[in-house]
Design a binder for this molecule. Structure first.
Ligand code: SIN
Length: 296
């Protein structure tokens, strides 16, 4: 257990993730307490707070300490709260489609992907509906030196098309049978380029930065040429020893660093409702591992 003055951090797995005790997120945090929360996030990459009683305003207030909050494209926000993304699945909904159900980093299809997100559990199934995270520092560090060197010099193209394009995996065009309202629009064909290995601006560590939901190909290569190495990297990034798994209880909040993790929502709670609120914190353009790419 790491020692802090204002909180306790209890790791939940060897790779990443810690439960934080001693913090009430409904109250404004002192600067010292906030600095410790931020330090715990940098140390553990995803941190969990249980038994919090948060209004949407308190959720927004806490998240906004880390940066401006983003309005998430394609998905209808919570009524009256443009920066709260309701992540919901009802008991009668199709088991095929699940928002966030494959490994991803949030919104890597944007030029400046989010720093992180804060997901608050409101309605939790009696079993199932856990979320998993994976440590992308570990994923990078455990590769061979030669492959690291190759990846350090590559960029990849990211796009929302597979999820949010016409017929995309989570698009439902406001189907009244579904609780979420996810619609495609012209932004779904956008492509952006990011380094395959990014340097975390606060820790200076290198993290693998490709994901199976939004990465399309390596820059300068065809999809066919890219696919074998990308598939290896996706599988490698999700190796069980790089992950943690969080069992939600109502009132839990998970705060993750989107720059050095991937996450996935488990689709295993058919017949039960699950309702979460997510805020998404703005980030910066990913820094490349090699100076040559940084100038692009
Ligand atoms: C997400 O990908 O932001 C949602 C994760 C979850 O529902 O557990």
């Amino acid at each position: 257990m790491s020692m802090y003055r204002h909180l306790e951090a209890h790791p939940i797995a060897g790779a990443l993730g810690a439960e934080i005790r001693g913090i009430d997120l409904s109250q404004p945090l002192s600067d010292e307490a906030f600095d410790e929360v931020q330090a715990a996030l940098h140390e553990h990459l995803v941190i969990f707070f249980r038994d919090q009683h948060l209004t949407p305003e308190q959720h927004i207030h806490f998240s906004a300490r880390f940066g401006d909050l983003l309005e998430v494209p394609f998905v209808r926000a919570l009524e009256g709260y443009p920066t709260i993304l309701p992540v919901m699945k009802g008991k009668a909904e199709s088991k095929k489609r699940l928002f966030g159900g494959l490994w991803h980093t949030d919104m890597s299809y944007t030029q400046e992907p989010p720093l992180g997100s804060a997901l608050y559990g409101r309605v939790i199934p009696p079993y199932g509906g856990d979320t998993m995270w994976a440590n992308m520092y570990r994923a990078y560090e455990s590769l061979s030196d030669r492959l690291k060197q190759i990846l350090d010099g590559l960029n990849a193209v990211h796009s929302p098309a597979r999820s949010y394009g016409a017929g995309g995996a989570v698009v439902n065009n406001g189907d009244p049978a579904d609780k979420m309202d996810v619609r495609t629009d012209e932004r779904a064909t956008n492509e952006v380029i990011h380094p395959v290995v990014r340097v975390h601006p606060a820790t200076g560590k290198k993290a693998l930065y490709v994901n199976s939901t939004y990465t399309v190909r390596f820059e300068g290569m065809t999809q066919e040429e890219s696919e074998p190495l990308l598939q290896f990297l996706y599988q490698h990034a999700g190796r069980p020893e790089f992950t943690c798994r969080f069992r939600w209880t109502p009132g839990s909040l998970a705060l993750w660093d989107n720059r050095c993790t991937q996450h996935l929502a488990m689709n295993d709670y058919d017949g039960f409702d699950r309702e979460m609120h997510r805020t998404t914190i703005s980030g910066e353009r990913p820094l490349a591992a090699s100076a040559r790419l940084q100038s692009l």
